[in-house]
Design a protein around this ligand. Structure first.
Ligand code: AMP
Ligand code: MG
Length: 319
């Protein structure tokens, strides 16, 4: 891949990254309408490039079979998680991607430690896993609605004050462990404004084909807007790390959110820079022996190797 494209993507994503150790206040630090001076038409073109880059890098990731990638997507309701996943992954091989959505935990899930259900969905080597909501719900919805914590059946002494700080620490360590073992973690928060959320809720009500996406619970959650903004700000401040950074993606314009997400994932893959494996000299010699056997099987009149016949190596003329 040309360094120029990698550089352009690195430049594009840099302002969206949360500097590790910085103190984030969402309303003050990130504008949901930011679009890097870009027009929608340019954006669509960039998304197309991003998606094709992703396809190419994913293929290399799978072939190398050494690294895996975990992309966590968080947002408030109507933030655009589903549409982002649909667009970003539109060009990739479905065999190399695994999307998991996390809902209210089941009785079985509540019977384990809080990271258990997420660990079950981690990528394997060569794979990209996308978490549609993630272990970060454990410091978001669980924090805003403490009754969720009660359901987690924690022993008294691990439920007291300081629990959120402790969870941030545990999550950071868990992600560090994953990174050390070849699993790159990257996290995206789709940052929606309150007014744009109102518009999107109304659209879901006004359009019968969107009604299924709307739930009265979403409006109840909207009532906790400020508490969520606070929980998101604290989470971003505490868990954006050098090994697993958070990106705050402006989400009021869907097209910009999608480009950003594609660029962030592409950037992550480019940093890994996966390579097609080299089979080695001995295996290569065996391949060439087999090639000669296959060539000898050519029927009368057929080229010995129809493939090189159709795709002559560079510099050689077909003859
Ligand atoms: P949706 O993504 O719209 O299908 O909704 C999933 C719901 O599950 C949301 O209301 C989340 O807040 C909720 N949820 C996700 N994870 C958790 C969790 N760990 N504890 C409690 N509720 C959760
Ligand atoms: Mg919902």
């Amino acid at each position: 891949m040309s360094d120029e494209r990698a550089e352009r993507i690195a430049e594009f994503v840099a302002p969206l990254r949360v500097e590790p150790g910085s103190k984030v206040r969402l309303g003050r630090d990130f504008d949901p309408r930011y679009r890097a001076g870009m027009k929608k038409r340019e954006g669509k073109e960039l998304l197309r490039i991003g998606v094709s880059l992703l396809a190419e890098y994913q293929q290399r990731l799978a072939a190398q079979d050494t690294y895996g990638v975990l992309l966590c997507l968080q947002a408030l309701d109507a933030g655009g998680k589903d549409g982002t996943i649909r667009h970003v992954m539109s060009g990739v091989n479905p065999q190399g991607v695994r999307v998991s959505s996390f809902k209210v935990p089941s009785a079985e899930e509540l019977d384990h430690d809080y990271l258990w259900r997420y660990a079950l969905r981690l990528p394997s080597r060569g794979e990209i896993a996308i978490f549609n909501r993630s272990h970060y719900e454990e410091v978001l919805v669980v924090r805003v609605h403490p009754e969720n914590l009660v359901r987690q059946k924690l022993p008294d002494d691990s439920r007291g004050p300081g629990i959120w700080e402790r969870r941030y620490r545990e999550i950071n360590r868990w992600e560090h462990y994953l990174t050390d073992n070849g699993f790159k973690v990257v996290k995206i928060f789709l940052n929606l404004s309150k007014e744009e959320q109102r518009t999107r809720f109304l659209r879901r009500i006004d359009r019968p084909d969107k009604n299924w996406k709307f739930s009265a619970a979403d409006v109840r959650e909207r009532g906790h807007w400020d508490e969520y903004q606070h929980a998101f700000s604290e989470m971003l401040s505490a868990t954006s790390t050098k090994w697993a950074p958070w990106y705050v993606v402006p989400a009021d314009r869907k097209w910009f959110g999608r480009i950003s997400a594609a660029a962030i994932l592409a950037h992550t893959l480019m940093e890994i820079d996966p390579q097609y494996p080299d089979v080695g000299k001995a295996a290569r010699k065996d391949l060439l022996d087999t090639k000669r056997d296959l060539e000898r099987e050519a029927p009368a009149g057929a080229p010995a190797d129809p493939y090189t016949d159709r795709h002559p190596p560079a510099g050689k003329k077909r003859g």
